[in-house]
Design a protein around this ligand. Structure first.
Ligand SMILES: [Zn+2]
Length: 352
């Protein structure tokens, strides 16, 4: 029978202790690792890296450290890795191989758990590297105010092993949007990854499909907030900059509206049931609020701030001024299309 070390750790964190992470236990089930059961789980799966020629490429972590994608691994027990995670991985890989239509059909819970592992793995890696740099004695405590929702995230991830459930058929922990994308002949440019370490949010683009996901908003972004950028994006085949914009707007919206949901967690015999309290009524994101997003948009577009905003309005690559979805053809390069996009004028009449 499974011990409830998981619940013990969860409760300890709720009582103010820091969330801990160790190289000597499975990141998922927390089983102590020995020579017999120790494996490494790739944060970005091999199939994804191969697909985009990224096996030998590096990514820059948020703390400025550069690390090869293939070196991004986390400690995992043989059982989690070989059984639960590999079944999930196969299902997701098959769907992504099939492209947009198949990912759209993919079971949302499977997709959620796959995204949750990716997010958690990267978070551990970033924090770990940061702590390694600060403390050469190997302090492995992951924990600060940014990571408040870490423990709940870990608990939700247990559903991979069938160890967590949530009560409502109507309400799931996530908001997940699947988008169609344009592709380039350069496979490396068909991949993109954006996440946030303030909230459990990530966005990934691979080939002709992109997924934008809030991992712990309990459907808030999908059902509780009107975001016209996301509505427009769903009607388009996205240019990479449109994907970035949609992802950043989604993330920003969550940061503005994220309600610190309260939960009841009931547990018995290794099963944990997570019951969220009801959501507030629908709200709308004001255009003016989006101005705060300008520096972040400029950074991701790799273009000067004046291409993004005139100080009063923010450009959008997704819509005409009247909100109609705007088709932006991709030339297959990573260049910002400055020749076709200019800041909206003061009256908001000419985005193009
Ligand atoms: Zn395990």
């Amino acid at each position: 029978m499974e011990t409830d070390a998981l619940m013990e750790r969860f409760i300890a964190r709720e009582q103010g202790q820091k969330w801990t992470y160790s190289e000597h236990e499975c990141f998922l089930c927390l089983t102590p690792l020995t020579e017999r059961n120790r494996t490494r789980e790739h944060v970005f799966p091999k199939w994804l890296l191969n697909r985009h020629g990224l096996w030998a490429e590096s990514m820059t972590l948020m703390n400025g450290t550069t690390m090869q994608y293939r070196q991004l691994t986390i400690p995992c027990c043989r059982e989690c890795n070989g059984q639960y995670l590999s079944i999930m991985e196969k299902e997701v890989a098959t769907a992504f191989d099939g492209g947009y239509d198949e990912v759209k059909q993919l079971d949302r819970k499977t997709l959620f758990l796959w995204l949750a592992k990716l997010f958690y793995g990267l978070l551990i890696k970033e924090r770990r590297t940061l702590l390694d740099r600060r403390d050469q004695n190997g302090n492995m405590i992951v924990g600060d105010d940014d990571l408040d929702r870490f423990a709940m995230h870990h608990l939700l991830m247990q559903a991979v092993r069938g160890g967590s459930t949530w009560s409502s058929a109507r309400e799931n922990p996530w908001s997940i949007f699947v988008f169609k994308c344009q592709t380039s002949e350069d496979v490396r440019l068909n991949f993109d990854y954006i996440d946030s370490f303030r909230i459990p949010f990530l966005a990934i683009r691979s080939g002709d499909v992109a997924v934008i996901a809030a991992l712990q908003d309990w459907g808030h972004l999908e059902n509780g907030i009107e975001v016209k950028h996301l509505a427009a994006a769903q009607q388009l085949a996205l240019h990479p900059f449109q994907f970035k914009e949609a992802a950043l707007v989604a993330c920003y919206t969550l940061l503005v509206f994220f309600q610190d949901r309260r939960f009841v967690v009931a547990w018995a015999d290794g099963q944990r049931e997570i019951i969220p309290i009801p959501m507030p009524s629908p709200r709308v994101l004001e255009d003016a609020q989006l101005l705060h997003l300008a520096p972040e948009l400029a950074r991701h577009f790799n273009t000067p701030l004046e291409h993004i905003t005139d100080g009063r309005k923010l450009i959008t690559t997704l819509m005409e001024p009247d909100g109609t979805p705007w088709t932006l053809a991709w030339d297959g390069t990573d260049r910002f299309p400055t020749m076709t996009i200019h800041p909206v004028d003061a009256l908001g009449e000419h985005p193009v």
